[in-house]
Design a protein around this ligand. Structure first.
Ligand SMILES: [Zn+2]
Length: 257
């Protein structure tokens, strides 16, 4: 049984807030992505666990909206934390990489290393359900650190054959395969838009942002600029574009190769 406890941290980046998941098997409970340190959220998670026995606290990655409550919660519950690596506000008692299992009751989840959003990102399969953290969200696209890794990680989860996605933000996605295909197509389309924008005369990072992110609210301009730079870095490595990454502002020049 899967239960979702929504953290009270809604924002531009977190949508309605972070989804904390409880998975139950045979009287034991696993907690996934406890979220930020908020006392009321800790109390809500403990309340939801009820009389079942906690088995562990797992994080998909160490971003501040997913992991900081993990160690305090694990201390209260008397269980270990599981994650790919330590982070700014997270210590992994048990480090897990790709293809490892975390058991609870008579069941287990299996990790899938999915770098791209962050280098330390894990998704988890439980039966035919894929917990995607910030690799795939419902209701928005994802901010990424490495476009090549991210695309490869999308292909990776496409091959898992999951039926449903339980994302880190937003509602469950019933057509997992369709959603992953859309994400892949969105990324490839974005690359083509960037190349087209440069072909059509964009000569700086800022020009590309103007051409590609036409409907971005002012508060997300910096994030959009960062995303264009991440995509340009991939296109540079793919030898499609020349990009002076040493210049860190929007005036950094770009051109086709
Ligand atoms: Zn994140």
């Amino acid at each position: 049984m899967i239960e979702r406890v929504l953290a009270p941290n809604p924002s531009l980046y977190t949508g309605p807030g972070t989804n904390t998941y409880l998975m139950r098997s045979n009287g034991e409970v696993l907690v996934l992505d406890p979220g930020p340190v908020i006392d009321a959220h800790m109390a809500a998670i403990v309340d939801a666990i009820g009389t079942d026995t906690p088995a562990g606290v797992v994080v998909t990655h160490t971003h501040p909206d997913h992991a900081p409550l993990a160690n305090p919660l694990a201390d209260v519950l008397g269980v270990p934390t599981y994650g790919y690596a330590d982070g700014p506000a997270f210590i992994a008692d048990v480090r897990i990489t790709d293809g490892e299992t975390v058991g609870f009751g008579i069941s287990e989840i299996t990790s899938v290393h999915t770098p791209g959003h962050t280098p330390d990102h894990l998704c988890f399969m439980w039966g035919d359900v894929l917990f995607t953290g910030d690799h795939i969200m419902q209701g928005s696209t994802v901010i990424i650190e490495d476009a090549s890794d991210y695309l490869q990680s999308l292909y990776r989860v496409a091959d898992l054959g999951a039926a449903r996605i339980e994302p880190g933000h937003g509602n469950a996605i019933d057509d997992a395969g369709g959603a992953i295909t859309e994400y892949i197509e969105h990324r490839l389309a974005r690359e083509q838009q960037i190349v087209a924008a440069i072909r059509d005369g964009a000569s700086t990072v800022g020009d590309v942002v103007d051409a590609v992110y036409t409907e971005v609210p002012a508060g997300l301009r910096a994030a959009a600029t960062h995303q264009v730079r991440v995509q340009l870095s991939k296109l540079f490595r793919d030898a499609a574009v020349w990009f002076d990454a040493s210049q860190s502002d929007e005036t950094a020049p770009v051109r086709l190769r």
